[in-house]
Design a protein around this ligand. Structure first.
Ligand SMILES: *Cc1c(COP(=O)(O)O)cnc(C)c1O
Length: 402
C-alpha cells in the first residue's frame, strides 16, 4: 500500500491460508443483537447449528462447538479421550503437527513422533508399521494433520484408517482438519475418524473464534476412562447441554449466527462443487508457479493441497522481504514461512470464499511483487493461470451454448 496515503481503496487481498475473507452475507448474519443464551430464541439457533454442522463433517456423530481457536479443539481432542502417560503416535508433517505434538508433551502424554521432511503428507505405511510393532497396544491414539498448513501437503486419511485396521490395532484416530474442512473432501464417518478437530476461520469462511470436535462413539467411550483434568473442554459437560440446544457456559452467540449462514452457503453451492472450486484454484496456482520457474514445496503430487500452495524462493533470497514488498505495493497479505521454513517459502492461500478472478488478482500481486523484490523468475504465471481457468470454463459449458 502506498505509504503516503491514509486510506487504501478497494478490498485488501487476504491471501494467507487462514483467516480467510468473510463473505458479506456472513458479516450481515452476525450483525444481530446479543441474545440470552439460556432463552428460547437461542435454543432454536443452538439446535439448528449443532445438527446442521454435522453435514459439513459428513457425520451423524455429535459435533462439539467451542468458543475458542483451533488450538483449543486440539487440546479438547487430546484431553478428553486420553490420560497422562498414554502413548500417542503422531506424524511430523510440518509446523502444525509439531505444535500438536508439543501440546501432547505439555499434557503429560507420551508422543512417538514419526519424522519427515515437511514436503509430503503422512505415510500410512510408516504408521501401520509402528502400530504392527506395538503388540501390547500401548499406543492409544494416532494423530494426523489432514492439511498441513505450513507446507501445503495433504495426508491420505482413508489410507491411514486402512493401515490402522490392517495392523488390527485399537488406537483411536484423531485428525486435524482446521485448514481442510469445507475446502478439501473430508468424511468423518466413512473414514472411521474418532475425533475430527476443526476451526472457523479457514474453509468455513467465519472470523476466528469457533472450533470443533466431531466425536465418534469409540471416542466417547474412551472419554469415560480419561483421567486428564479438564472442565472447559469436557465433552461430558458439553453434550447433555447440547442435546437441549444449549451450552454449559456462554457460547459465542453471534459467531453461531455466522456459522448458520456459512452452512447454508456451503450447501447452496454444494460441498462437492466447493471442493472442485478449490481444486481448480490450486491447479491454476501451481500452473503459475511452474511458469514462474519456481518450485512448489510439496513434492508428492497426490499430496498437493487445494487450500494453499507453499512456494520455495531461490537460495539466497528472502521470502519475507518479498512478502513485505508485495504488501506495501499491492495491499496483498501472503502467508509466511513457519519455523524451519522461515524466509524460504511464501504461502498463497486459496481457501474459503474465493473465485477465479480473486485468485488471478492474487497471482498478479505475487508476480509483480517477485519483480519488485528482485526474486529471479520468468513472466507468464498469471497468463498460465488464465489459460487454466479458460480451459476449465470452456469444458464446464453445456454443449448447446458453445
Ligand atoms: C490454523 C491451524 C491451527 C491452529 O489454529 P488456531 O485457530 O490458530 O488456534 C492448527 N492446525 C492447522 C492445520 C491449522 O491450519
Amino acid at each position: 500500500m502506498p505509504s503516503n496515503t491514509a486510506r487504501v481503496a478497494g478490498r485488501h487481498f487476504l491471501q494467507i491460508p487462514g483467516p480467510t475473507p468473510v463473505p458479506d452475507r456472513i458479516l450481515r448474519a452476525m450483525d444481530m443483537p446479543v441474545l440470552d443464551h439460556r432463552g428460547p430464541e437461542f435454543q432454536k439457533l443452538g439446535r439448528r447449528v449443532l445438527e446442521n454442522v454435522k453435514t459439513v463433517f459428513k457425520t451423524r456423530a455429535p459435533v462439539i462447538i467451542y468458543p475458542a481457536s483451533g488450538t483449543g479443539a486440539w487440546e479438547a481432542g487430546l484431553s478428553n479421550c486420553l490420560s497422562p502417560g498414554d502413548k500417542v503416535l503422531m506424524y511430523e508433517t510440518g509446523h502444525f503437527a509439531t505444535l500438536w505434538r508439543n501440546m501432547a508433551v505439555k499434557l503429560a502424554l507420551d508422543p512417538v513422533f514419526i519424522g519427515s521432511d515437511w514436503r509430503q503428507g503422512a505415510d500410512p505405511e510408516a504408521i501401520g508399521a509402528a502400530l504392527a510393532e506395538d503388540k501390547a497396544h500401548a499406543i492409544k491414539a494416532v494423530c494426523v494433520v489432514h492439511n498441513e498448513t505450513s507446507t501445503g501437503c495433504v495426508s491420505p486419511i482413508a489410507k491411514v484408517r486402512k493401515a490402522i485396521d490392517q495392523a488390527n490395532h485399537p488406537a483411536l484416530l484423531l485428525v486435524d482438519t482446521i485448514s481442510s474442512l469445507a475446502s478439501i473432501d473430508y468424511r468423518h464417518d466413512e473414514w472411521g475418524v474418532d475425533v475430527t478437530v476443526a476451526g472457523s476461520q479457514k474453509g468455513l469462511m467465519l472470523p476466528p473464534g469457533l472450533s470443533f470436535n466431531a466425536v465418534s462413539d469409540k471416542a466417547l467411550a474412551a472419554a469415560k476412562a480419561s483421567r486428564s483434568p479438564k472442565l472447559f473442554w469436557s465433552w461430558e459437560e458439553m453434550l447433555p447441554a447440547n442435546r437441549a440446544g444449549y451450552f454449559p457456559y456462554t457460547p459465542a452467540t453471534n459467531l453461531l449466527y455466522g456459522l448458520d449462514a456459512a452452512i447454508d452457503m456451503l450447501h447452496e453451492e454444494g460441498l462437492e462443487n466447493v471442493f472442485a472450486r478449490h481444486d481448480r484454484h490450486a491447479a491454476a496456482t501451481r500452473a503459475a508457479v511452474e511458469a514462474w520457474g519456481l518450485e512448489v514445496l510439496c513434492r508428492v503430487p497426490e499430496h498437493y493441497s487445494s487450500s494453499l500452495t507453499a512456494v520455495l524462493v531461490p537460495d539466497g533470497h528472502d521470502a519475507d522481504a518479498f512478502r513485505a514488498r508485495a504488501l506495501e505495493a499491492f495491499d496483498i497479505s501472503l502467508g509466511t514461512g513457519l519455523t524451519k521454513l522461515a524466509g524460504k517459502v511464501f504461502r498463497i492461500g486459496h481457501l474459503g470464499d474465493t473465485n477465479d478472478l480473486t485468485i488471478l488478482g492474487a497471482l498478479a500481486g505475487v508476480e509483480m511483487g517477485l519483480e519488485l523484490a528482485g526474486i529471479p523468475h520468468k513472466k507468464g504465471g498469471v497468463a498460465a493461470a488464465m489459460a487454466h481457468f479458460t480451459a476449465a470454463a470452456r469444458s464446464a459449458l453445456p454443449r448447446a451454448a458453445e
